[in-house]
Design a protein around this ligand. Structure first.
Ligand code: UD1
Length: 419
């Protein structure tokens, strides 16, 4: 297992390109199941999660080819509409194949995500909504076994009681090939949902309302081959902004998705960091002291939960105290105990963390626990005095396109040790 060693205290300077969005490419790969020929995707980052999804599509009998930042998927000869546990256990987003499989093949057998993920991150809302479209759903030995009614899925009115990103995407894909009209209310407005809708429209789907909380989808008979360029990854961009802010220096992000990051930009500016939008690029200028600022995670357009851990790392060196409230996931504070190892002063009360800024963090060994938590440990280590060692970085590689190499290119002192 790889480890990352960081020698902190080095300011960052230079330019870095933002990679394509993981959370767009994942649903787009699932849309290829709906297509009657190849789907070509551009701006594809190099990530473990995408390799897992490609293996899943190949397992189903499709063709999945990834080459540099381009990828091509042809699922028109799909023979096995199933997602086995071995492939699904590491990545919850594999549930995204359920809606497309039911819509195009009338049946699906998809493993539930493993272990604690079932309790903490259920897919009950996806299943309930597919039932509203006429699907019959059984749970058998850890698998969702689903069948579409005779004649295929039917359009329906679906109200999500909680905003769910992959739930909205799953249902939008299912509805694209269903009979008649589907209306989804309390739909997720995340930019990746909009990007997925736009790709489906490029394939011939009839969707309106994307970007709002009400989606209207008129089912069509067939979706056609298309080429689609995914949006830049707003969470990677946000992570790189925090890197420049916490380490100090001046960095230009090539292709930062400004509109998708409004809530993050606002909080980074509140923290005393200068952000200049230069056409599609963003110049980040760290002006020294970090001001403590409160955040509460919310569905888009609020502050994203996927940036909470990274923002907390920044707040560990704030000038006062910052209150960080997590409203989306109940157990998304696993980075707290690791950040404390660097000398961060954080106290927890339920879903709220109070982060009192300290004068200086000191390097220490830490263990990555999940994807965004790994990023927050790396960010804190950039600011810490001395050396930090972060183990279990496979979490990082699931969702970041060579973050350590990008930071090194900006002047950070980072080494990766492979076993
Ligand atoms: C997606 C993102 C993830 C991000 C999250 C919230 C992808 C691949 N992943 O995850 O990076 O952190 O959105 O922005 O796009 N819920 C239920 N039942 C369901 C579905 C969700 O109770 O059937 C709950 C979840 O437990 C959670 C909340 O709804 O508390 C939001 O989850 P959701 O938006 O579905 O997250 P994901 O789509 O899994």
């Amino acid at each position: 297992m790889d480890k990352i060693i960081i020698e902190g205290g080095q300011p960052l300077h230079g330019e870095v390109k933002v990679s394509g969005a993981k959370n767009t490419i994942l649903p787009l790969m699932a849309t290829s199941i709906l297509c009657d020929g190849p789907l070509i995707l551009g701006n594809v980052p190099r990530l473990k999660d995408l390799v897992t999804m490609a293996r899943l599509l190949s397992h189903m009998g499709g063709r999945a080819e990834m080459d540099g930042n381009m990828a091509e998927f042809d699922l028109s000869s799909l023979s096995a509409p199933e997602a086995p546990y071995e492939l699904v256990k590491t990545m919850r987003a594999s549930a995204l194949v359920l809606g497309p499989l039911l819509a195009r093949h009338g049946r699906a057998r998809v493993s539930l995500p493993g272990g604690c993920a079932i309790g903490a991150r259920p897919i009950d809302l996806h299943l309930k909504a597919l039932e509203a479209m006429g699907a019959s759903i059984d749970l058998d030995g850890g698998y969702v076994v689903a069948r579409a009614p005779q004649g295929g899925l039917r359009g329906a009115r679906i109200h999500f009681e909680t905003v769910t990103v992959t739930g909205t995407e799953n249902l939008m894909m299912a509805a694209a090939l269903a009979k008649g009209q589907t209306i989804i209310t309390n739909a997720a407005r995340e930019p990746e949902v909009t990007d997925t809708a736009q790709a489906l429209i490029a394939m011939g789907a009839r969707i309106s309302g994307h970007g709002t909380d009400e989606l209207i989808i008129e089912g069509v008979d067939v979706l056609h081959p298309a080429t689609y360029w995914a949006m830049p990854d707003r969470i990677e961009a946000g992570t790189l902004i925090v890197a420049a802010a916490i380490a100090g220096g001046e960095v230009v992000l090539r292709g930062s998705p400004h509109a998708a990051l409004e809530a993050v930009y606002a909080k980074i500016r509140d923290a005393g960091v200068e952000l200049r939008e230069e056409e599609d690029d963003l110049r980040v200028i760290s002006c020294g002291a970090i001001r403590s600022t409160n955040i509460t995670t919310q569905p888009h357009p609020g502050f994203p939960t996927d940036m909470q851990a990274q923002f907390m790392a920044l707040m560990t060196i704030g000038d006062k105290a910052s209150i960080i409230t997590e409203t989306i996931f109940e157990n998304r504070f696993m980075h707290v105990s690791e950040l404390s190892r660097l000398g961060a002063d954080i106290t927890m009360e339920g879903r709220t963390a109070v982060v009192k800024g300290v004068y200086r963090l000191s390097g220490a060994p830490m263990m990555a626990t999940d994807l965004r938590a790994s990023a927050s440990l790396i960010l804190a280590a950039l600011a810490a005095h001395g050396q930090s060692e972060i183990s279990r970085v496979y979490h990082l590689d699931r969702g970041y396109d060579r973050l350590d190499e990008k930071l090194t290119s900006l002047g950070a002192r980072i080494k990766r040790l492979s076993d």
